[in-house]
Design a protein around this ligand. Structure first.
Ligand SMILES: NC(=O)c1ccc[n+]([C@@H]2O[C@H](COP(=O)([O-])OP(=O)(O)OC[C@H]3O[C@@H](n4cnc5c(N)ncnc54)[C@H](OP(=O)(O)O)[C@@H]3O)[C@@H](O)[C@H]2O)c1
Length: 355
């Protein structure tokens, strides 16, 4: 590993840096005082500069050009690599990197290392995991920072949570910890088009959805198993089910989540609100809001804004995140900070762009 005191910075590689998540990691890392980007990959852009592929990054990364293969990325001598690749390919790339350099730190943005069994993976990702032993190896720490901060400090490989999962878990965590969740949780979440990645596809392409709202993968979204796994670790009863209705929204960035959580009989509204205040008062990237969070307050940031309303035995929790920020590249950098034992907020404390 490079020496922070000697080189001044840890060297970060980004696999899949021509896509949305990779571009967002590049944007955040411009201002990071202890990380520098040493290598970027894309199969379609080998030899091109970062600015050619991402014009908004012109003036930064002047000498950085894309490579493709794991060996070429390792040739740039990274201390850590962010994997911003489609699922299955992320696991294969991780395997190739770790075969040559077992000590390499990795943060995987894909769903390839979030689940605990090959059967669950197959059921939700419509494919066999290329390295199923990785799902049971115990190596990969689930990177929901607010839940697993202690395990992330000093970890080597991190499964960054899904974007929907981040908004949902942060909405339910204080109640799961206190066994305050009764009955199935109803989960409605509306996402922007950047959640589908940079490649235009029928159905998710922005012009197809810009003046429309629709549900998809009703009761069948692949993030539900990681939500349940995470909340069960926090204390959720194993018998509880989770009903999710994802929706496609007519905007580019952000996920707005609504959870309907049935409370135990006689639950006190003040107790519920206090639970959120206690758990999140010292969380640097979770902000409690009155009434409702708003996407415009969090886009371009690493914040998750949360509001809770209690009446008639139900807690309605709403959360807002930037799917590319706290839902992806921002949280990846939060986790990288922990891996390198840096203050968790380093390079990430910026306000939202709109009131
Ligand atoms: N978008 C979100 O809001 C979001 C949030 C959280 C997590 N995620 C997850 O993060 C990962 C990246 O998402 P994204 O939205 O950034 O995707 P994206 O915009 O489609 O970018 C994918 C990147 O991977 C490269 N790539 C594609 N196929 C590849 C292959 N077979 N082998 C190697 N490289 C390949 C692409 O470049 P080349 O084709 O040129 O190689 C590109 O750089 C996905 O697993 C996604 O599920 C996405």
């Amino acid at each position: 590993m490079n020496d922070l005191l000697g080189s001044g910075r840890y060297r970060i590689g980004i696999a899949g840096a021509s896509g949305y998540g990779g571009a967002e990691a590049l944007r955040w890392l411009v201002a990071h005082p202890h990380f520098e980007v040493c290598g970027v990959t894309s199969r379609a852009n080998v030899g091109r500069s970062v600015a050619e592929v991402h014009p908004h990054l012109a003036g930064f990364y002047e000498d950085l050009t894309f490579v493709s293969d794991p060996e070429d990325l390792l040739g740039t001598q990274p201390d850590a690599v962010i994997l911003a690749l489609p699922h299955r390919f992320a696991a294969a790339y991780a395997h190739a990197l770790r075969t040559v350099y077992p000590e390499l730190r990795l943060v995987d943005l894909s769903g390839d290392h979030r689940l605990g069994s090959a059967a669950t993976y197959r059921a939700h990702y419509d494919a066999d995991h290329p390295y199923p032993d990785q799902l049971t190896s115990g190596d990969w720490v689930y990177g929901l920072t607010e839940q697993n901060r202690d395990r992330l400090a000093g970890a080597r490989v991190v499964a960054n949570p899904g974007c929907f999962a981040t908004g949902a878990i942060l909405g339910a965590l204080p109640l799961a910890r206190r066994a305050m969740i009764v009955g199935p949780v109803r989960h409605v979440a509306i996402t922007g088009s950047s959640g589908s990645g940079a490649e235009a596809k029928p159905g998710t392409h922005h012009p197809e959805r810009v003046e429309d709202v629709k549900a998809y993968k009703v009761l069948a979204h692949q993030h539900v198993p990681e939500v349940l796994r995470s909340l069960r670790e926090a204390g959720l009863d194993r018998e509880k089910s989770w009903w999710m209705v994802p929706q496609s929204g007519p905007f580019a960035r952000g996920i707005f989540t609504t959870l309907f959580i049935d409370l135990p009989a006689g639950a006190d509204a003040d107790f519920v609100r206090d639970a959120f205040e206690q758990d999140y008062a010292s969380e640097p990237f979770v902000r409690l809001r009155e009434g409702t969070p708003r996407l415009t307050n969090v886009t371009g940031t690493n914040f998750c804004d949360v509001a809770v309303t209690v009446a008639e035995g139900v807690a309605v929790v709403t959360t807002a995140i930037d799917n590319l920020g706290k839902g992806m590249a921002g949280q990846a950098i939060q986790n990288l900070n922990l891996l390198f034992e840096l203050p968790e907020t380093t390079g990430l404390l910026v306000p939202g762009t709109r009131p």
